[in-house]
Design a protein. Structure first.
Length: 420
């Protein structure tokens, strides 16, 4: 048994101080005063939440272990307050058959210090115009499907994939990018791209494929999930589709909520990701969509890379930034403390919505009977984001040096502390 004393928890839209008693991976009691001799952790008034959940991470193993491993990625996740993540399948080998997916799940279990769930690939090798054995993969444990990193280029492949995902009763998460509209772009198309002399990616590459997919999703009844939504038009399309009864959910990344292309002042690839940072109007639309529920959840798209890879220019560096160790902290500081949203709404978007939408076996609140996957955050003191504090192998973040609140004090998985 372990007792967490003096934790602030969310209850009936308020923060209240409670003691939380854990036994055998489960919360067994939450009360104003519990006494226990022995294993007592004094939370000293810090904020205790059900562990954060991220439906979009890249842990790079196998195939790209120099960028991240399941061990380093899951330690980074725990350091950010996450207890359940879903890992993308752009690995080598790609988990695109039931056998490979089973192997990947075994690796995730063996090396993960948190719960690492796995996406299966929609297409063999993520790029073909065929679809994988998605029903077979779901029967061995795929929680969802995606070709993330690449858009599904043909409508027919997407239609077949959606039909299989619907039959498997699993979400299909789409990285939206029509390659015929990409034009080798590396940054959002517009004034900033022109100023820096870099080729641009228009928002149309995302939103035109989204429009196609929403029509197909309606026809198939699949649970269709929009990965890293980034444009005003995309938000409007999702809003319209939801009103039409399409089973669609959407995620937005912390960087698209907090940065826009005008924050890129020079050729610095720490700001290079896909989709790119968009304009101010897009950023405001994303915040509005997150507030009104059009966008269901926050996902980090944690994408670690080697230091020398990201030291290259915008034109040659790989897309992607890390995010799992800084997301709650950045959003708590810049959305909650600044008054844009409540802490309760942030937790809804970072815990409750992903658990419910992806039907994950993870807790959504602090109460007796829930699994003891927990995270404790210091909301009172600020600190500076520094790569030396990262557990991730990836140090590629545009947020280095930012002053934030919400440092993770401790993270519990199955009732045991995995980060402190
Ligand atoms: Zn993606």
């Amino acid at each position: 048994m372990q007792l967490i004393k003096n934790a602030k928890i969310l209850k009936n839209h308020e923060l209240v101080t409670r003691d939380v008693l854990i036994d055998d991976k489960v919360i067994i009691q939450v009360a104003e005063n519990i006494e226990l001799l022995g294993d007592v952790f004094d939370a000293k008034g810090a904020f205790l939440s059900a562990g954060l959940v991220d439906v979009h991470v890249h842990f790079r193993e196998p195939g790209f272990d120099y960028k991240e491993t399941i061990a380093s990625g899951s330690k980074a996740a725990a350091n950010g307050g996450f207890t359940t993540v879903i890992a993308m399948p752009n690995l080598n080998p790609v988990p695109d058959t039931p056998e490979r997916l089973s192997e990947q799940i075994k690796l995730n279990k063996r090396h993960g210090v948190i719960h690492v769930e796995q996406y299966g690939a929609v297409s063999p090798d993520l790029v073909s115009h065929q679809v994988s054995d998605m029903v077979g993969m779901s029967s061995v444990g795929a929680v969802a499907f995606s070709n993330d990193g690449k858009g599904v280029q043909t409508a027919d492949t997407m239609l077949q994939g959606m039909m299989l995902a619907a039959r498997a009763d699993r979400p299909l998460a789409a990285h939206l990018e029509d390659e015929s509209l990409r034009h080798e772009g590396v940054i959002n198309a517009g004034g900033q791209a022109d100023k820096l002399g870099l080729p641009g990616i228009t928002g149309l590459a995302e939103s035109s494929q989204l429009a196609r997919d929403l029509v197909l999703a309606k026809a198939t009844g699949v649970h269709y999930h929009v990965a890293h939504i980034s444009t005003q038009t995309s938000v409007a399309l999702v809003r319209m589709a939801k009103a039409e009864g399409v089973h669609v959910t959407a995620e937005v990344s912390p960087h698209h909520l907090l940065l826009s292309d005008t924050d890129i002042h020079e050729d610095n690839a720490q700001f290079k990701m896909n989709p790119p940072l968009r304009g101010q109007v897009d950023r405001q639309a994303l915040i509005a969509g997150l507030l009104d529920g059009t966008i269901d959840m926050i996902a980090t798209d944690h994408a670690p890379h080697g230091t020398s890879e990201k030291a290259q220019s915008f034109k040659s560096a790989p897309f992607g930034i890390t995010g799992i160790e800084t997301s709650f902290q950045l959003l708590y500081t810049h959305l909650v403390r600044s008054g844009v949203m409540t802490l309760e709404t942030l937790i809804q978007r970072m815990v409750v919505a992903p658990v419910q939408a992806f039907k994950l076996r993870a807790p959504t609140s602090i109460q007796a009977g829930e699994k003891a996957d927990l995270a404790l955050f210091d909301l009172e003191n600020s600190y500076q984001i520094q790569t030396t504090e990262f557990k991730s192998k990836g140090k590629n973040s545009p947020f280095i040096g930012w002053q934030v609140y919400g440092k993770t004090i401790a993270t519990w998985v199955d009732g045991k502390i995995v980060a402190q």
